[in-house]
Design a protein around this ligand. Structure first.
Ligand code: LLP
Length: 419
C-alpha cells in the first residue's frame, strides 16, 4: 500500500494535498501516513499467524511519540536502544511489557530505568553487561528478564555500515561461545533467562540470511533445552528491507514462509523488531526549490531541506526517489542539494528528476525511517516539523523548531556576562 498518490495532478498523502500542508505550515516538513503505518504493521503481524508473536517497532527508525502512539494503539511494542527511547516509548503509551532493550553500551542509569519500568527483556550484548544487569536488579530487589544477543556470523549482504551479524561487528556474543554464557546467566540471582536475540543487519533484500540465522539460533536453543534452560522468546531483530528504487525485498509472507519449516513444532513467542519496514515508505520529506543553478558541468536544484534533515544520501550514498508535488512530464538531470556549506550536502545526485522551478515542491520519498531520527541542527538549522496524516486530516506531531530552541539549553558563562 502506498498512500502517496497523485490526484488531479497533485501529490496527496491519503486525502490531504501536500501543497496544502506546505501553504499552512511552510517547508520543509516530514509527513507520515497513518494508514500506511497501520497497514504495514498488520501485514507483518498477520503474516506470522501460525505462532505467538510480538512486533516491537525499532524506535530508532522513527521515534516521534505520535507515530509510536499510533503503532502502540494497534498492539505494537517497542525495540529501544537508550533511556531516551524508553522515555519516548512510555510517553507514547506503549505497553512496558512489550518493550525490548538492545545496545552494546547500556549505562547503569539506563539499566535501572528499564528494570524499574518492568520492560519485557534486555537483549544483552556482553558478559560485563550481564553482570551489571544482575547487580542492578539485585539492588532494586527485582529480576531482570534477559535474552542474549547472538552474533551468528551470517552475511546480511547489505551496506557495511548497517550489517551487524558478522564476526567483525561489535554486536552480540559469538554463537560458539554463547551456550556457556547462558549457563552462567541462568545461575545469577538477579537474572531471569527468557529469550534469545539476534539482529543481523538492516535493509535486507533476501530471506536466506534470516533463515540461516534463525537456524543457528534454534540449534543453540535445542541444546540449552537439554540443560533445562528454556527459551520462551526468540527475537529475530529487524532488518527486512523496503523498495527505495528497484530493490525487491521479500514480502512478509515470504519472510514468514522462510521461517515456517525451521520453527515448526516450536512453542515460543517470536519477536520481530522492524523499523524501516514499517515506517520507511510511510513517510516523505517535502521541500521547496529555493534556487536553480547551472554550471558548465551540472544543473542544481537548491532546496530548503538539507543533509541535516535527511542524512542518508550523504552518509550512505542512499537513493531516495524524488517526486514533484505538482505532476509534470518535464525532467532534468542534476543534483538536488541543500543550503549546507558542504559538498556532501545532497539529497539526490546525477539524477533524472522532475523539473521543478523556483517555489515549486518536491517530495523525497521513503523518508519515514531514519529520516527525522537522524536529523541534526547542523548549520544551526531548526529541525523541521513532523505531520501525521490520517484520512482527510493532518496532525502536527512535532512543531517546527524556532531559533530559541537552538540556544535554549546553552548558557553564556557567568564570567562573560556583562552587567
Ligand atoms: N533491532 C536492532 C537491534 C537494530 O540495531 C536495528 C537497526 C533494528 C532492530 C531495526 O532495523 P530495521 O528493521 O530498521 O532494518 N541508519 C541506517 C539504519 C541503521 C539500523 C541500525 N539498527 C539507515 O538509515 O539505513
Amino acid at each position: 500500500m502506498n498512500s502517496f498518490q497523485y490526484k488531479d495532478g497533485e501529490l496527496f498523502c491519503e486525502d490531504v494535498a501536500l501543497k496544502k500542508i506546505a501553504e499552512e505550515l511552510g517547508t520543509p516538513y516530514y509527513v507520515y501516513s497513518a494508514a500506511d503505518l497501520r497497514t504495514q504493521y498488520h501485514n507483518f503481524y498477520n503474516a506470522f499467524k501460525q505462532t505467538d508473536r510480538l512486533i516491537c517497532f525499532a524506535v530508532k527508525a522513527c521515534g516521534n511519540i505520535g507515530v509510536l502512539a499510533l503503532l502502540g494503539s494497534q498492539g505494537c511494542g517497542a525495540d529501544i536502544v537508550s533511556g531516551g527511547e524508553l522515555h519516548r516509548a512510555l510517553k507514547a503509551g506503549i505497553d512496558n511489557s512489550k518493550i525490548v532493550f538492545a545496545g552494546v553500551g547500556k549505562t547503569e542509569e539506563e539499566i535501572k530505568y528499564a528494570i524499574s519500568s518492568n520492560i519485557l527483556m534486555f537483549n544483552v550484548e556482553s558478559m560485563q553487561e550481564l553482570d551489571l544487569l544482575n547487580k542492578c536488579a539485585l539492588e532494586l530487589g527485582k529480576k531482570a528478564r534477559i535474552a542474549i544477543r547472538v552474533n551468528p556470523n551470517v552475511d546480511a549482504k547489505t551496506h557495511p555500515y548497517i550489517s551487524t551479524g558478522l564476526k567483525n561487528n561489535k554486536f552480540g556474543i559469538p554463537a560458539e561461545k554463547v551456550k556457556d554464557d547462558y549457563i552462567y546467566a541462568s545461575k545469577l540471582k538477579g537474572i531471569d533467562v527468557v529469550g534469545m536475540h539476534c539482529h543481523i543487519g538492516s535493509q535486507l533484500t533476501e530471506v536466506s540470511p534470516f533463515h540461516d540465522a534463525a537456524e543457528i539460533l534454534l540449534d543453540i536453543i535445542k541444546d540449552l533445552r537439554k540443560k533445562k534452560i528454556n527459551i520462551k522468546y526468540l527475537d529475530l531483530g529487524g532488518g527486512l528491507g523496503i523498495t527505495y528504487k528497484d530493490e525487491k525485498p521479500p514480502s512478509h509472507a515470504e519472510y514468514a514462509a522462510s521461517l515456517a519449516e525451521i520453527l515448526k513444532g516450536e512453542d515460543m513467542t517470536l519477536i520481530f523488531e522492524p523499523g524501516r519496514n514499517l515506517a520507511g515508505n510511510a513517510g516523505a520529506l517535502i521541500t521547496k526549490v529555493l534556487y536553480t543553478k547551472d554550471t558548465d558541468e551540472k544543473h542544481f536544484k537548491i532546496v530548503d531541506a538539507a543533509m541535516n534533515d535527511l542524512a542518508r544520501p550523504s552518509l550512505y550514498d542512499s537513493y531516495h526517489t524524488v517526486q514533484s508535488v505538482d505532476e509534470t512530464e518535464k525532467t532534468v538531470t542534476g543534483d538536488m542539494v541543500g543550503p549546507i556549506c558542504e559538498s556532501g550536502d545532497f539529497l539526490a545526485r546525477d539524477r533524472k528528476m522532475p523539473d521543478v522551478d523556483i517555489g515549486g515542491l518536491y517530495a523525497i520519498m521513503s523518508a519515514g525511517a531514519y529520516g527525522m531520527t537522524m536529523a541534526s541542527n547542523y548549520n544551526s538549522r531548526p529541525r523541521v516539523p513532523e505531520i501525521l496524516v490520517d484520512g482527510e486530516n493532518y496532525h502536527i506531531v512535532r512543531r517546527r523548531e524556532i531559533y530559541s530552541d537552538l540556544t535554549g539549553p546553552e548558557r553564556v558563562p557567568e564570567f562573560l556576562n556583562k552587567k
